[in-house]
Design a protein around this ligand. Sequence first.
Ligand code: NAI
Length: 482
Amino acid sequence: VENRQDFKVADLSLAEFGRKEITLAEHEMPGLMAIRKEYAEAQPLAGARITGSLHMTVQTAVLIETLVALGAQVRWASCNIFSTQDHAAAAIAVGPDGTPDNPRGVPVFAWKGETLEEYWWCTEQALTWPDSPTGGPNMILDDGGDATLLVHKGVEYEKAGEVPALETAESDEHRVILQLLHRTLGENPQKWTQLASEIRGVTEETTTGVHRLYEMQRDGSLLFPAINVNDAVTKSKFDNKYGCRHSLVDGINRATDVLIGGKTAVVCGYGDVGKGCAESLRGQGARVIVTEIDPICALQAAMDGYQVTTLDEVVETADIFITTTGNKDIIMASDMARMKHQAIVGNIGHFDNEIDMAGLAKVPGIVKDEVKPQVHTWTFPDGKKIIVLSEGRLLNLGNATGHPSFVMSNSFADQTLAQIELFTKPDAYPIGVYTLPKHLDEKVARLHLDALGVKLTKLRPEQAAYIGVDVDGPYKPDHYRY
Ligand code: NAI
């Protein structure tokens, strides 16, 4: 692919539409806008070269322009093949001062409907900095850990002196990654080692990416410090829950326009995402059934009034199935074979392995038909059809536009503060995985109160002394669970 302009998006003429929506979003993102104002003079990210791999939506555009406003240089890719909003990507490439004929924005490599090859090419472009001493970034902002994974795999194979043979690939996507690394090893056997050498750290957005980071920390392969943004309270207890409460039904509605009221919906997993999803379906009048493996979450679901049972019990009778587990093999092809005609199957977890799409494609005689992009029917030999959303990838971003601005203002304020922490205080964060200090978590919440007309009660000094906290917080110990 030609890369003369140092960006690749679907259609630059969408930039004006993108800019209008970015302007509307800014008003709904008071946390990010307050941070822009607070740090305008200090420019704490001056000198930062941030590679971002995160859904290229309107809200992400406001994040990118916040990082730039704080002094950073930025290169960006989406972290999912279906999640880009092309008008947001166009507006970022053009920039606030550019025009489609004279784009002057941020190098962004993202469009809706990438192939897997294109997806990993985009990730590589975001990590490749033409004017940097190492050829790479000095900070990563990740969602799901793909940019971090590419750097770590690159370094691992460069140390070993070889990349595993393509035949060893466990999936199509794995083969694409191995292919890419075979190429880079041929071009420059030190590419990833050099590139990693100057990376001060990564801030990771989501549960699944955080899980990968802790694994690398445990096995000693983590190359640089990481901040687990997901487990900021103002992230996972808001974005994962209230964000999905909004965007799950948005995705189902845009994809199918099926009436949810009165239907039976199964939500697999009752973590933060599952809690938001179950509430959103119940809000539409569905009868919601939850599946869980964790007794605590199962008990929570029961206490919240949901029936909790196994998929096996309800697979033949339910109308809508949503996976939210971050785990693999939740709904298998053999389950889908037992579902009702026109049952709807979708996933909102980070990766596409919760639903056994590979197994579904292998059912003898099955026929896949596209209703519209990201909505497919799969017809079994007996004529029964099921409807699969976003080919098993996260449907709230594939079929709709992801979470709305206000909730993302919290997540992205956390991201921005985490970037500032790691970039400006490298000595405070030796290699390891950290959560955001609680005073910053509370700060992010505070930045969102005025917009909702919230009046906070002021803690009096004698009260503060009585419960053993500072008048200005933090108000809870680190072990408190909210
Ligand atoms: P979580 O860990 O809080 O919840 C997952 C739940 O699934 C846990 O309670 C776990 O016990 C349960 N589970 C695991 N295996 C199961 C199985 N076989 N059957 C039934 N339940 C099972 O994680 P969280 O924060 O809810 O995130 C879930 C996924 O959603 C992750 O992949 C995360 O990255 C992703 N995510 C997606 C978002 C989106 O906008 N689409 C937003 C935030 C997170």
